[in-house]
Design a binder for this molecule. Structure first.
Ligand SMILES: Cc1cc2nc3c(=O)[nH]c(=O)nc-3n(C[C@H](O)[C@H](O)[C@H](O)COP(=O)(O)O)c2cc1C
Length: 232
């Protein structure tokens, strides 16, 4: 794909609220989800999970949890994208293993990754590590540059990762001839109950997928109003 084709793809995607009832072929849906799964994540920890709802009864309950938004009922597939707070203990060693096998990582890098991820994510016994990191970070930051620490604000870290997968999902859907509808208008607790999402997960966004019945028109502010180039 060249830039011209990508520009056309990015600019043709619209948030769609009216869907046909046509189902999405399973292999097409699988490919769109797989493209989203290839999105980047910090330390390649891959915290994003995809919870699907196609069943009419499940969608009825989800419709209520998503504040009655019509696209939940109309679209054939609803995907809730979540980030798992427990990703550090559950994924790190699997990822080290898989990257070592693929040749993407050697022992030295694996050691550095283990150390850095522990430093960034470990909340210590009874959350005392969290307290230490939350209290000490502002002081260290006075002396040297410090990034925000996932252990201190895990939801913020997870939301960043999950939303990259969300964007890839919507662009892949568009490339597959599908349309999407991103939604933050939902009650997180109720969405978790309806989709049996584990309590350690944060639900960042719900996306309806399907074939558009009606396309909408949108504008954007001039890029120059939002573009900032800094000079000495
Ligand atoms: C994070 C996020 C949350 C959104 N939540 C909702 C929502 O709950 N309901 C809805 O109808 N549209 C929702 N939208 C769609 C936006 O209104 C839409 O993307 C915006 O108006 C720009 O239109 P476009 O996507 O067609 O270019 C959301 C979009 C984003 C990115």
């Amino acid at each position: 794909m060249n830039l011209k084709e990508f520009e056309a793809l990015a600019k043709s995607r619209r948030a769609i609220r009216y869907f046909k009832s046509d189902p999405i072929p399973d292999d097409l849906l699988r490919r769109v989800l797989d493209a989203a799964h290839w999105s980047p994540s910090g330390y390649n920890l891959q915290p994003t999970h995809f919870f699907l709802a196609k069943d009419t009864e499940v969608k009825k309950d989800l419709h209520k949890a998503c504040l009655g938004q019509r696209q939940i009922i109309e679209a054939p597939v609803i995907v809730a994208l979540t980030g798992d707070r427990r990703v550090y203990p559950s994924h790190l060693e699997k990822i080290v293993d898989s990257d070592m096998k693929s040749g993407a990582m050697d022992e030295r890098y694996a050691g550095i990754l283990r150390r850095n991820v522990k430093l960034a994510f470990d909340q210590g016994p009874m959350g005392l590590g969290w307290l230490g990191k939350a209290c000490l970070a502002p002081f260290f930051r006075l002396l040297r540059p410090m990034p925000s620490i996932p252990a201190v604000d895990k939801s913020f870290w997870l939301t960043k990762q999950v939303m990259l997968s969300a964007m890839t999902l919507m662009l892949a859907a568009e490339a597959a001839g599908l349309s999407s509808s991103p939604m933050e208008g939902f009650d997180e607790g109720r969405v978790k109950r309806v989709l049996h999402i584990p309590s350690s997960h944060v639900v960042s966004i719900v996306i309806a997928l399907g074939y558009a019945k009606e396309r909408s028109v949108k504008s954007r502010l001039p890029l120059q109003d939002l573009l900032h180039e800094v000079h000495h």
